[in-house]
Design a protein around this ligand. Structure first.
Ligand SMILES: [Zn+2]
Length: 319
């Protein structure tokens, strides 16, 4: 699913925050959320009873998806009436009646928010209305969040994912969900700290190195021969010399910047949410001296699925 165009796509899935649930048989449920939902992939359909598009397209799409994965432990579904308008026509009773109307044997929720006017789930997922589809991957990351989903493509994507599901990444390998958690909740304590003044760094570094590492600059793509260098060895921080990446995790991304799948240790690279240039990205820095290294993206190869996109000027190669 490479077109997650709306809401909080590529972010960690927040808890649904829906209090009122019926189980797959229509009986009241005391508690339901992402943990209770289970499955490797989770699909959540948001609707309002009085929304014509939900009945014309949303529910028929959901029926096709549920039929395709009936009894699956790999893909799990839930539907939630996310109320934000026409309150007298989008009551809990009318929402739950749609479960029977469409013979959907999946949990149904009703969510008008604490004030009965605006769904909590809608606010947390920043959905744009109804009908709305949310797809969450095995790492708990929202990979699709939009009005319309192509059922055929989603079914094909999920069947392929099921056939090639590698299980969780090996223990100790940081994945995109872990990167997002660190960027949100804070990074582990670094092995040591090196805090020098800007003037001191300026004396030690070349003008280009200073611009990239201390002023969050970006070198031109394909400007360094380091991109095509795959000799064994370690890549250390150009500022403080802390070893950051091993050549064994370097790969040819074709982007024009040195690319790695993981850092040499969990505490040497720090992660920060970066909202500059109208994008939400994750910046990487040296945890020891705060040098700007580059960014990390969730489109890398196994085992981490990460692509550390690092400025060659921020690194020094060691044999
Ligand atoms: Zn450093």
């Amino acid at each position: 699913m490479t077109e997650p165009t709306g809401g909080i796509a590529n972010e960690l899935a927040p808890e649904l925050g829906v209090a009122d649930w019926r189980d797959a048989a229509g009986q009241p449920l005391a508690r339901f959320g992402l943990a209770e939902m289970g499955g490797r992939y989770q699909v959540i359909f948001c609707f309002q009873h009085n929304c014509p598009g939900c009945h014309q397209r949303g529910f028929p799409t959901l029926q096709r998806l549920v039929d395709a994965f009936r009894g699956s432990r790999f893909v799990r579904f839930a539907a939630v009436q996310t109320v934000f308008e026409e309150y007298e026509h989008n009551t809990a009773e009318l929402g739950f009646a749609d479960q029977q109307r469409y013979a959907l044997t999946i949990p149904f929720g009703h969510d008008a928010g604490p004030d009965g006017r605006f769904s909590t789930l809608m606010q947390r997922y920043r959905s744009g209305g109804t009908p709305w589809f949310i797809v969450i991957d095995p790492q708990g990351v929202v990979i699709f969040n939009h009005f319309h989903i192509d059922a055929d493509r989603l079914i094909e994507f999920l069947r392929k994912a099921e056939a090639s599901d590698p299980g969780d990444a090996p223990a100790g390998v940081l994945t995109w969900a872990g990167v997002l958690r660190q960027a949100r909740d804070g990074n582990p304590a670094p092995p040591r700290r090196d805090e020098r003044s800007a003037a001191e760094w300026q004396r030690q570094l070349s003008a280009e190195q200073f611009y990239v590492t201390r002023q969050k600059g970006t070198e031109r793509a394909h400007s360094s021969s380091m991109c095509t260098l795959f000799e064994p060895g370690r890549y250390a921080c150009a500022c403080c010399g802390t070893e950051l990446f091993d050549a064994g995790t370097k790969f040819n991304s074709g982007t024009g910047w040195p690319s790695f799948t993981q850092a040499v240790a969990p505490d040497v690279v720090a992660y920060h949410a970066d909202h500059s240039h109208g994008m939400t990205r994750v910046e990487t820095t040296c945890a020891v001296c705060d040098a700007h290294l580059g960014h990390v993206f969730p489109d890398g190869p196994a085992p981490s699925g990460l692509r550390y996109c690092i400025n060659a000027l921020a690194l020094q190669k060691r044999g």
